[in-house]
Design a protein around this ligand. Sequence first.
Ligand code: SAM
Length: 344
Amino acid sequence: MDVPCVRVEREAGEETRQALAALELVNKEREIIHEDGALYIPVTDAAAVPEEYDVVERATPARETQTMPADLVEFDVSYERLGEVVLIDEDDPERARELADAIVESDIPVKTVLNRASKIQGETRVRDWEVLAGENTQAVHREYGCEFALDLAAVYFSPRLATERNRVVEQVEPGEQAFDMFAGVGPFVIPFAKRGAQAVGTDINETAIEYLRENAERNGVADSVTAIHGDVRNVVSGTSDQPCESDGVREVVSGYDNWADRIVMNLPHSADEFLDTARELASEDCVLHFYDIQHEDDAFGPGTRAIRNAMEPEYAVDIETKRVVRSYAPHEDNVVLDVRLTRE
Ligand SMILES: C[S@@+](CC[C@H](N)C(=O)[O-])C[C@H]1O[C@@H](n2cnc3c(N)ncnc32)[C@H](O)[C@@H]1O
């Protein structure tokens, strides 16, 4: 089928395609043709093409494959998707701009492109982002049947942990009492509640707790979820007299000692400092999911020793699973220990 195409020398092809894309003139339903050193870029409206371009009529096949960002730039690309938010990690501003444009131009559904602008930092584990396309840093992410609203500039969230989270979720039994000590926007708490658990999440980041409450509503589990803003060490009775905020009401929250059949501790690098609190939370028979980041030579050793030091002799400690979740950095692994604690 003949359609109007802009004909350009191959060397000017990408620049021309981008210029036409900026004018929303690229016909995405037809293939771009390479022939005899020239590129034929199908356009939607020949009359709207600026005069500097050569428009010809020619046959181009209907597009069968989707255009991906990698098809539109000449370097290796990597990105992550969080709903319609695409996350990139480019230090070079020109490369970042080019990749963001390619992502927008591609066929992947995209509302926003964000470039990492700092490392994860501080107690709340949040990083800065540069908005390269779109309006803000808000996202709605879907994971294993749950939906999470969040603002990446205000809370921690990593889509890379989805498989690991689901591995833990699948262990949850209806009626059990599950406590996430570092809950974020609820990627453990919400699916736990969906499986029939009574789930409690604490976080020192107030915005994360607001999102956790919103996400509990969004996923229809608000009745089974308690979201508490504050330092988890203050939540368990006897560890502090500082107030925490539970479900919007400022009060001293207590009563979770000896409560939890399952505890999640996803605060790698410093979870060991919270093991005394985990011991107070644990019921007579409790499973602890302890996340850590360590050198690959002894990735499970420090966590195992810290858990035994904190829990024995009050609890018998049975390390049921040792798993590398992902490589974190060269020679450093993000690992998890599933530990059964049985009161002696
Ligand atoms: C690595 S994030 C994990 C969030 C969530 N569990 C997830 O998998 O996405 C750690 C969370 O712990 C929170 N946090 C740090 N120190 C805390 C404390 N002392 N008490 C409660 N939450 C804390 C941070 O605000 C952050 O949201």
